[in-house]
Design a protein around this ligand. Structure first.
Ligand SMILES: *Cc1c(COP(=O)(O)O)cnc(C)c1O
Length: 354
């Protein structure tokens, strides 16, 4: 055997949440939306013609970018789109994090960040959240090669106030600051308006959560035209046709139906607030979540045990072994009222049995 393996780029890959498909399951493990996407999406799907698929899609993704720009009241040249925000974020790491100084992000956060940094050989330095799982803004005021964190943070659900975010951006005018707003529609104030003021701010959002399109893979980024241009330069150097014809049509339809998405988000938030109360009564502790999930630990029963017992009942939640500080927490996605009723009932039985 030759030595070819020496030249392989070896990576420890990100592990996505499992996608079981069992009849009657209650799937609360990957922060998917429990409601279907907008009816406008169904209509757009019906209008897709197989004959059109022999052509390449529009590499500039114009119909989707125009729809997003119109819906958010910004200019199309302030919008970038990708195959889910994972694709947008990967492009972001490649485009903006090229310093010898470390990129800063929290110790407890989206577990894809360190994977991209390792893959692309970007130095990084994790910053510990405080005892309440809060991002300490002071930690992000040292010299660095870029800053990225989700707001609200994942998997904690904890929100950082917009004023604190602005302070972090102001302290980092020489690097790009990326705010990953995967869950911002479920509470909290978006940093989007700040792009007018700061040319080093990139705001990333996704259609996977609040718009119920995780299966379609659509994400976007907002920033001043210069940032968007640099992102596009990298995109066209990597894969010009990231967005397929179907994704463009469906994404445009989804983003135009504001009323539907607002209504489903409102339902999820109402369910979340009710589930918070129920969980507290059962002896769970957690910081206040502003997302479509609750990150909770039980005061006496181990997370691993609860996870396994829930599984036996065809209910799936997410558990992270690392870092150790969160190994007794479960991340519970908010489902429909009916799903959450069944979940809470099962949970009660599991805890009583103990
Ligand atoms: C879900 C999620 C994403 C990725 O979502 P896509 O489905 O790739 O759009 C990005 N960041 C965070 C924090 C997430 O939770």
């Amino acid at each position: 055997m030759g030595n070819w393996e020496e030249n392989v780029r070896k990576v420890v890959p990100y592990v996505p949440g499992e996608q079981p498909n069992k009849p009657g399951m209650i799937k609360l493990n990957t922060n998917e939306n429990p409601y279907p996407p907008s009816p406008a999406v169904m209509k757009a799907l019906g209008e897709i013609r197989a004959d059109g698929l022999r052509r390449y899609p529009d590499p500039s993704s114009k119909i989707l970018i125009d729809a997003i720009a119109e819906s958010y009241g910004i200019d199309p040249n302030q919008v970038f789109v990708g195959v889910g925000s994972d694709d947008v974020l990967a492009m972001t790491f490649m485009t903006f994090f090229n310093s010898n100084r470390p990129v800063l992000f929290p110790d407890i956060t989206y577990s894809f960040y360190d994977v991209w940094a390792d893959l692309l050989r970007i130095p990084y330095e994790i910053q510990a959240l405080d005892e309440q799982f809060c991002i300490c803004k002071e930690d992000y005021k040292k010299k660095n090669g870029g800053v990225i964190f989700p707001n609200p943070n994942a998997p904690t659900g904890v929100l950082l106030e917009l004023g604190d975010i602005e302070e972090i951006i102001q302290a980092n005018r020489d690097v790009v600051v990326v705010i990953d707003e995967a869950y911002i529609d479920f509470g909290g104030e978006s940093a989007l308006p700040l792009i007018e003021k700061y040319d080093n701010l990139l705001v990333v959002q996704t259609f996977s959560k609040s718009r119920a399109l995780a299966g379609m893979r659509i994400g976007c980024a907002f920033g001043q035209p210069m940032l968007i241009k640099y992102l596009n330069d990298v995109k066209y150097s990597f894969n010009s046709y990231t967005m397929d014809e179907t994704a463009l049509a469906i994404g445009a339809a989804a983003v135009r139906d504001k009323a539907y998405y607002k209504e489903t988000v409102k339902k999820i938030v109402a369910t979340r607030e009710w589930v918070k109360k129920e969980l507290r009564e059962m002896g769970f502790v957690f910081e206040d979540s502003m997302s479509n999930f609750i990150f909770a630990a039980h005061t006496s029963v181990r997370a691993q045990y609860i996870l396994e017992e829930l599984r036996k009942n065809n209910i799936y939640v997410r558990h992270f072994h690392k870092p150790i500080r969160i190994s007794n927490y479960l991340r519970i996605t908010i489902g429909t009222d009916d799903e959450m009723k069944k979940f809470l009932k099962t949970l009660k039985n599991i805890l009583e049995k103990r």
